[in-house]
Write a protein that binds this ligand. Structure first.
Ligand code: CP
Ligand code: NVA
Length: 308
C-alpha cells in the first residue's frame, strides 16, 4: 500500500518525481484564480477523509483545496467528534473507513496511532503531522527551496532551535535529497537520533553544533520552528523558552548565513520568540511560499498514493 508516512520510507526517485510533478501542476495553473479547479481531474469520483486530532490551518485548507482542485471530495473529521476519540480502536476505525473512502490523511498526537491506522487501512494513509514527524511540510519546503535557488542537493541547511517533528522530517529529507544539515540547539532538545543516523547513512553531513553563530556561518538555508509544539505540555513552557532563547533566529544570526540564504518556518510562528518579525518578514524569508507550496506538494503526494 503506497502510504506516505515519512520521507525516509519512500524511494528517493519517487520523492523527486513528486517534487517535479508538484512544480508542473503549479505551473499548469498559471494565473488562474485560487480555488478554481484544475484542467486535469485525476481525483474525480474520489473521497478523501481528513482526520485531525490537533488544530491546523495550512494542512486542513491545503489538503481540502488540493483534493477539490483535482476533482475529488473531502470530509473533515475531528478527533473529538469520532468514535476514535471515545474508545473505538484505531484498527477498527481504519478497517471501517477503508470501506467508505479512497484515502485517509491523518494528523495525530502519537506516532503509534498513525502506524496502526496505516497497518490496518486498505487505502493509502498520508501523515499530516505526528509528534514525531511532518513529512508533507518538508516536501513543500524542498519545492520552495528549489523554486528560489535551484537544486537543494549539496546545499548547507541549518536548523536552529528545537529538534522537533519538523526537524526530524528535514533530516530524513537531507538523506533522501542529498543536502547537509547542521542542528544547533540545546542538548536536551536534540533531534531524533534515528533521523540523524538516517541522514548520515545516506552519506550527507548531519552535524550538531551547540554554538548558533558558528552553525549558521555561510549557510544556504536557515530553518526554525515554534518552541512549543502542540503536543508540548504548558508546564514545560518556561524551561523550553529559557533553553531555546539563545537559538532565536534574528537579524544578527541571519547576517552570518550566505548573502543569498533563505529563511524558512513552517508556521504558525510566534513572533519575537523563535524568530523575530525582522527575519520572518525580511528579504531572506520565504514563509508564505512554503505555505502555498503545501497545496502543490500535497497534490503530487495524493496522486502518488493513488497511482494517478
Ligand atoms: N505548517 C503546518 O502544518 O501548519 P498547520 O498546523 O496550520 O496545519
Ligand atoms: N512543531 C509544530 C509544527 C506545527 C505545524 C507542532 O508540532 O506543533
Amino acid at each position: 500500500m503506497p502510504h506516505f508516512l515519512d520521507i525516509d520510507q519512500v524511494d528517493p526517485s519517487d520523492l523527486r518525481a513528486m517534487i517535479d510533478n508538484a512544480r508542473a501542476m503549479k505551473a499548469a495553473r498559471g494565473t488562474r484564480p485560487r480555488g478554481a479547479s484544475d484542467d486535469e481531474q485525476p481525483l474525480a469520483g474520489r473521497m478523501v477523509a481528513l482526520i485531525f486530532e490537533k488544530p491546523s490551518t495550512r494542512t486542513r485548507v491545503s489538503f481540502d483545496m488540493g483534493v477539490r482542485q483535482m476533482g475529488g471530495q473531502t470530509m473533515v473529521l475531528s478527533g473529538g467528534e469520532m468514535q476514535l476519540g471515545h474508545g473505538e480502536s484505531v484498527a477498527d476505525t481504519a478497517r471501517v473507513l477503508s470501506r467508505y473512502v479512497d484515502l485517509v490523511m491523518s494528523r495525530t498526537f502519537r506516532e503509534d496511532t498513525l502506524q496502526e491506522l496505516a497497518a490496518h487501512a486498505a487505502v493509502p494513509v498520508i501523515n499530516g503531522l505526528t509528534d514525531r514527524s511532518h513529512p508533507c511540510q518538508i516536501m513543500a519546503d524542498i519545492l520552495t527551496y528549489e523554486e528560489h535557488r535551484g537544486p537543494i542537493a549539496g546545499r548547507r541547511v541549518v536548523w536552529s532551535g528545537d529538534g522537533n517533528n519538523v526537524c526530524a522530517s528535514f533530516l530524513h529529507a537531507a538523506g533522501q535529497f542529498g543536502f547537509h544539515l547542521t542542528f544547533t540547539g540545546p542538548a536536551e532538545l536534540d533531534p531524533d537520533p534515528a533521523a540523524l543516523a538516517f541522514a548520515r547513512s545516506r552519506g550527507v553531513e548531519a552535524r550538531v553544533e551547540r554554538d548558533p553563530a558558528r552553525a549558521v556561518e555561510g549557510a544556504d538555508l536557515v530553518v526554525t520552528d515554534t518552541w512549543m509544539s502542540i503536543h508540548h505540555p504548558e508546564h514545560a513552557r518556561a524551561r523550553r523558552h529559557a533553553l531555546l532563547q539563545p537559538y532565536q533566529v534574528n537579524a544578527a544570526l541571519m547576517a552570518r548565513a550566505a548573502p543569498d540564504a533563505l529563511f524558512m518556518h513552517c508556521l504558525p510562528a510566534h513572533r519575537g520568540e523563535e524568530a523575530t518579525s525582522e527575519v520572518l518578514d525580511g528579504p531572506h524569508s520565504v514563509i508564505v511560499d512554503e505555505a502555498e507550496n503545501r497545496l502543490h506538494a500535497q497534490k503530487a503526494i495524493l496522486r502518488w498514493c493513488l497511482g494517478l
